[in-house]
Write a protein that binds this ligand. Structure first.
Ligand SMILES: [Zn+2]
Length: 245
């Protein structure tokens, strides 16, 4: 190594010139290392990204920019039971799941009546008066009262014999009638505020889903939120007709 350095240095002023150059380079390296060490210990140490940007700036070169990740949003989607590429279940309010408040929790299976029974659906936050959408396609098989003796609160039951599923949406002022065919996502009425009955409760819509003739299932198995590209898929709302829901 030294032999080679000496030999090549000979052509540029002899071995001492080469050593002086090496010492100067080493000294420069130490200075850089010390500076880097000081910088890394400073409280406002520049990030690697900042250092790279400065290096480009000092060279007068435009720094290459990393391609921006494709924009994504959180979107509620339902499972595709029949494999036709369309969601077969939908969030009736488009809002978040109800958490817990003084009256209970919104999750499936939560305690009700001080543990006397289980919550047989899931609650979605809702604004009083907002449009409520059909959670499945089918026909309106029943409109009933949510609470015996209280005619203010209705539920809308939608049955889909092709999928073998049935859904009930509670606390809706219905705009549909029994026997009417509805498409998933189509408004079936407006939210009826729970405040007059349970003052202070998180206003919500209660959704139940079951296999026809079966027990109640956790609706979050069928409807979930996930990150998606901003570009919307082709949906019923955009005019494509849902093939059998
Ligand atoms: Zn509920």
């Amino acid at each position: 190594m030294w032999t080679k350095t000496g030999a090549s240095a000979s052509a540029h002023g002899g071995v001492w010139g080469a050593r002086a150059l090496a010492i100067a380079m080493f000294g420069g390296f130490c200075a850089l290392a010390a500076e880097a060490g000081a910088a890394s210990h400073a409280s406002s140490a520049p990030s690697l990204e900042q250092s790279i940007q400065r290096t480009y700036a000092s060279l007068g070169v435009q720094a290459p920019t990393a391609p921006a990740p494709p924009p994504e949003i959180l979107a509620w989607r339902g499972v595709d039971i029949d494999g036709d590429g369309q969601d077969d279940f939908a969030n009736p309010t488009g809002k978040d799941l109800r958490g817990c408040d003084d009256f209970g929790c919104g999750a499936f299976g939560s305690d009700r009546d001080a543990g006397g029974r289980r919550h047989e659906g899931v609650d979605f936050d809702a604004s009083a008066g907002q449009p409520i959408d059909a959670p499945i396609s089918g026909f309106v098989s029943k409109i009933g009262f949510a609470y015996p003796g209280d005619q203010r609160y209705h539920f809308v039951q939608i049955t889909n014999p092709a999928l073998h599923y049935q859904a009930r949406v509670f606390y809706v002022d219905p705009s549909v009638r029994e026997g009417q065919a509805v498409h998933i996502g189509q408004p079936i009425g407006r939210d009826h505020s729970l405040q007059p009955r349970y003052r202070g409760i998180t206003n919500h819509v209660h959704l139940e889903i079951e296999r026809i003739g079966g027990r109640k299932l956790d609706p979050t198995r069928f409807i979930a939120e996930r990150m998606e590209p901003v570009q919307p898929p082709t949906t019923y709302a955009q005019g494509a007709s849902p093939a059998n829901g």
